[in-house]
Design a protein around this ligand. Structure first.
Ligand code: IUR
Length: 472
């Protein structure tokens, strides 16, 4: 390393990227200046693709300590713009991030419910890839919905409605796009520090007052075990709190689809049921708890329980549904469609609807989300590469729940499809997704298995993190 002085400026450290790669290859921690240099060199094009690939692999194999992960996150944020909001919103800005699941329509009900409670929710979401669905794909099953909103438009919608759900803008954390594309082709996606910095840099750039993470584990999740999910959750929460955002993570199970519907337009209808104060219990439970924790973290409720009660109120009195409709209208949906949207609206139908039958009498032990999502993907509900076109109407309705007694020959799943047609081997895959037991099945009360905080007492959490932010 050498340093040169720029007239009137700080010393500019000159690193050879090859030396930084060698340091990480040998298991040493990188300094703040080294990480800053790598991110800057990535943005200016000075770092060659081969060097970035080698560095990402070195990080994947050797890891990063919490300080390095924090620095990487901070430098990635600095690669682009951050969203700026009016000062008077400084305790109102909240968001949620999920590591991805099947049938996960929580954000669709949560964002408007939080807006109805007085929060500002600048939710930046993604599209589905592989077997997990994406919030933007779900919303795009509503005709003319536009996820492309620039920061000025977001500000306007937050002012008038309180929530928006939009796609990632090019100027926010541009380093993440470069790193993510490189990770995808270098087998380095599954690196804890790289996942942490990727997720948290985008959330930090939203300038939030509080954040909740839904870190999923199970057969249909990115983390297959609860231990792995907790490890990721600790890393995410520590970065959030270190950067002054009160952050907690829920550890939730993802073996069985959330709710009863999988597939874009069917999931919007199910989210509308939740916004009408009804819908499946597991979905409602996640919306109430996620919202409850956020209201408590940002200081709008005295406890998570009080927060959940506020969310329950706006779901039952119709104000959350009104916010959802207003958000859709503000994001391009025709007023007559947006204003009358309800769970009985038809959002597109398929030419084929087919029910599969329960193979033997017993209790439903498990409905495996992953094979169901994979078959639906192949039928056009999702994409395997970013350029694939999806059919929003393709999906499935589960007609039974885990723990339910079922009789042989009764229907358990209804598949909505068009072309390509459902094949016999896919019918078999779906049948194998249903486990029937002769014994009564254990039904956990909630999908939430743990809550991860940073290192301070739960009672003081939101306030103490807010205090730290004011001091720093
Ligand atoms: N989502 C992100 O935003 N970043 C990642 O690295 C992964 C999921 I994996």
């Amino acid at each position: 390393m050498s340093s040169i002085s720029v007239p009137g400026g700080e010393d500019v450290f000159q690193f050879r990227i090859a030396d930084v790669i060698a340091k990480k290859r040998d298991g040493l921690a990188l300094s703040e200046q080294e990480i800053r240099h790598v991110v800057k060199a990535t943005m200016t094009g000075q770092a060659q693709d081969s060097q970035l690939g080698a560095l990402l692999m070195a990080v994947r194999l050797q890891g990063m300590n919490p300080e390095e992960t924090l620095t990487l996150t901070r430098e990635m944020v600095a690669s682009g713009c951050v969203l700026k909001w009016p000062e008077e919103w400084s305790a109102l800005l909240v968001d949620k991030h999920s590591t991805g699941g099947v049938g996960d329509k929580v954000s669709l009900a949560l964002a408007p419910a939080l807006a109805a409670c007085g929060c500002k929710v600048p939710m930046i979401s993604g599209r589905g890839l592989g077997h997990t669905g994406g919030t933007l794909d779900k919303l795009e099953s509503v005709p003319s919905f536009s996820s492309q909103q620039n920061p000025e438009q977001m500000l306007e919608i937050l002012n008038s409605v309180g929530c928006c759900i939009v796609g990632q803008s090019k100027n926010l954390v541009p380093a993440d796009k470069i790193f993510y594309e490189m990770r995808d082709v270098t087998a380095t996606v599954d690196s804890l520090p790289l996942i942490t910095a990727s997720i948290m840099s985008k959330k930090v750039a939203e300038s939030l007052s509080a954040l909740i993470l839904d870190v999923k584990f199970g057969e249909a999740a990115q983390s297959s075990t609860i231990e792995e999910a907790k490890h990721l959750a600790h890393s995410l929460v520590n970065v959030g709190v270190s950067l002054g955002i009160p952050t907690i993570a829920l550890i939730t199970n993802m073996d069985t689809p959330i709710g009863r519907c999988v597939g874009n337009s069917l999931e919007v209808i199910e989210a509308l049921q939740c916004l009408e104060g009804q819908g499946p219990d597991d979905l409602r439970d996640l919306v109430l708890h996620t919202g409850g924790y956020l209201l408590w973290l940002c200081g709008r409720a005295g406890s998570e329980k009080q927060g959940a009660e506020k969310i329950a109120k706006v779901l039952s009195d119709g104000s959350a549904l009104q916010c959802f409709r207003k958000m859709l209208e503000a994001q391009g949906v025709k007023p007559d469609i947006a204003r009358s949207l309800s769970s009985s609206t038809k959002l597109g139908e398929t030419s084929h609807i087919e029910e599969l039958k329960v193979p033997k009498t017993g209790t439903v032990e498990l409905i495996r989300a992953r094979p169901i999502a994979e078959v639906l993907n192949a039928l056009g509900a999702g994409r395997n590469k970013a350029t694939d076109v999806i059919n929003h109407s393709v999906g499935a309705q589960l007609l039974v729940r885990v723990g339910q007694h079922v009789e042989e020959g009764s229907p358990w799943i209804r598949i909505h499809y068009e072309k390509p047609l459902l094949q016999d081997r896919q019918r078999q895959t779906l049948q194998n997704a249903l486990s029937i037991s002769a014994q009564p099945a254990f039904i956990p009360a909630s999908l939430i298995r743990d809550v991860i905080y940073a290192q301070c007492k739960k009672e003081e959490y939101g306030a103490s993190v807010r205090r730290e932010r004011e001091i720093s």
